[in-house]
Design a protein around this ligand. Sequence first.
Ligand SMILES: NC(=O)c1ccc[n+]([C@@H]2O[C@H](COP(=O)([O-])OP(=O)(O)OC[C@H]3O[C@@H](n4cnc5c(N)ncnc54)[C@H](O)[C@@H]3O)[C@@H](O)[C@H]2O)c1
Length: 277
Amino acid sequence: MQVDGHTAIVTGGAAGIGAAMASALLDRGARVVITDLDEWKVAGATAALNRRGPDSAAGLAGNAADPDHIDAAVALAEERFGPVSLYFANAGIAGAPGLAATDEQWDAVLDVNLLAHTRAARRLVPDWIARGEGYFVSTASAAGLLTQLGSATYSVTKHAAVGFAEWLNVTYGDQGVRVSCLCPMGVDTQLLRPTMPDDDAGARLMQRAVEAAGEVLTPEQVAVQVMAGIEDERFLILPHPQVLDMYRQKASDYERWLGGMRRFAQRLGGTEPAAPA
Ligand SMILES: NC(=O)c1ccc[n+]([C@@H]2O[C@H](COP(=O)([O-])OP(=O)(O)OC[C@H]3O[C@@H](n4cnc5c(N)ncnc54)[C@H](O)[C@@H]3O)[C@@H](O)[C@H]2O)c1
């Protein structure tokens, strides 16, 4: 698909990978609505986008997992630029990492990393089937194909995001709905380098694991890969190509892969940061 002339929504679009994808979309002639949590961040990022392509971007503050916010973002995009052809379900959080995470903490991560995707698809896919085209781009993670050392919530919700994107593709792919699933390893953003307390062992293990696993890319490098993946209408977008080999190794000998991951975690200083209370 060529994005030129199409309207896109990018959630979590005021920073990191989302902001880079929004810029790349504008550079290729698309119109973009970005959404993010904070009004000031959205306003700043939208102004920066409009400096690249005048009157090509709009922004809306809100929670990507809130169905009312999803409706409002779609309405804004339609009013300013026309029907939404591409939706980038990109907003994501690391969340509470270990086995001690409470149900409320699990709910918070599930809401953003999975249910924001299912709710957006529920809103858009019927329109896309009626129009015969639409493109859903899920930002999952290599953690959704492999695992995330140090974080159960992140591993599980990213696996779920991959599972949902696969299901969308299989179910609606023959009705004009295209789906891609972005699964990077380390990308140099706030999510990878949060400000954290010294005793946040889970977050530190996550960060060490990601940095030790391979090159940390810039958001702009990832955005270039995403645009190429969309042009090719490729399901799996892997900015770190070695993830495919790791995924094959996992599938071909699960026991060996699990043992290897445990050894990798030990080398990094342990698997589980805090014992559950
Ligand atoms: N950085 C990495 O190493 C990496 C690797 C693999 C996957 N990812 C995924 O990439 C996506 C983007 O993350 P990033 O690395 O650019 O991080 P980031 O923190 O720089 O950007 C994420 C943006 O999403 C926003 N956001 C968070 N929760 C939101 C919500 N409920 N509603 C709306 N906006 C919300 C944040 O405010 C932030 O601006 C995430 O889904 C993340 O899991 C990141």
